[in-house]
Write a protein that binds this ligand. Structure first.
Ligand code: NI
Length: 202
């Protein structure tokens, strides 16, 4: 009688442990993931643009198929927003560790007038050796930016010899199948972007 009671207690504890395990392990997997970036619901294929890399070669967005591509539109003369974002993207790559090999960060210049392929390549590599910089004619850049909802405009500065570019400062992700998937607002921390990207590398 006493032994039987002991057995029931053990079975009871085992059942409770199993329930706790199920809640801790299975439930988080069933729950939809939460992201720091804005998830774009419903796959929509990104417009396949063609731009020029540092070697003067035409590069298409579809050439990166198989890897999530993080796109950032900016320019090397940018005084604050671009360097901050590029630094954060570099930090994100280090945060990803080995998984960084499966991600491509591409900066597209909205200032092709001043951003030569060489200048752009040197700029992006300062932030991470695997970063790619793409530029092109005014028309090519516009054909890449507009379908993605990226805005930019030249802004003359009174008294200064140069000019500034007003531009959208979000980071966009095209998933490995070529669909626009996520938008991160300016200022998203590297750790948060890395966590979001990891989900798409699974
Ligand atoms: Ni900028």
């Amino acid at each position: 009688m006493k032994n039987k009671k002991g057995l029931w207690i053990i079975i009871g504890i085992a059942i409770i442990v199993l329930i706790i395990l199920a809640v801790a392990v299975i439930l988080p997997r069933l729950k939809p993931p939460t992201f720091s970036g804005m998830l774009l619901q419903g796959a929509s294929a990104a417009h396949d643009f063609s731009l020029v890399d540092e070697n003067g070669e035409q590069v298409r967005l579809s050439d990166f198929r198989g890897k999530p591509v993080l796109l950032y539109f900016g320019y090397t003369f940018c005084p604050d927003v671009c360097p901050t974002t590029m630094a954060e993207l570099g930090k994100m790559m280090r945060e990803l560790g080995d998984q960084a090999d499966d991600v491509q960060v591409v900066m597209i210049s909205v200032d092709p007038e001043r951003d030569t392929p060489e200048r752009l390549a040197e700029y992006v590599r300062y932030f991470h050796p695997d970063f790619i910089g793409l530029t092109g004619t005014e028309e090519e850049v516009s054909q890449a930016a507009t379908p993605l909802g990226v805005y930019y405009a030249k802004q003359e500065v009174e008294g200064a010899s140069g000019y500034l570019m007003d531009h959208t400062a979000t980071v966009l992700m095209i998933d490995k199948d070529g669909s626009t998937r996520m938008i991160w607002p300016y200022g998203t921390p590297a750790e948060d972007m890395a966590e979001d990207v990891r989900y798409f590398l699974r």
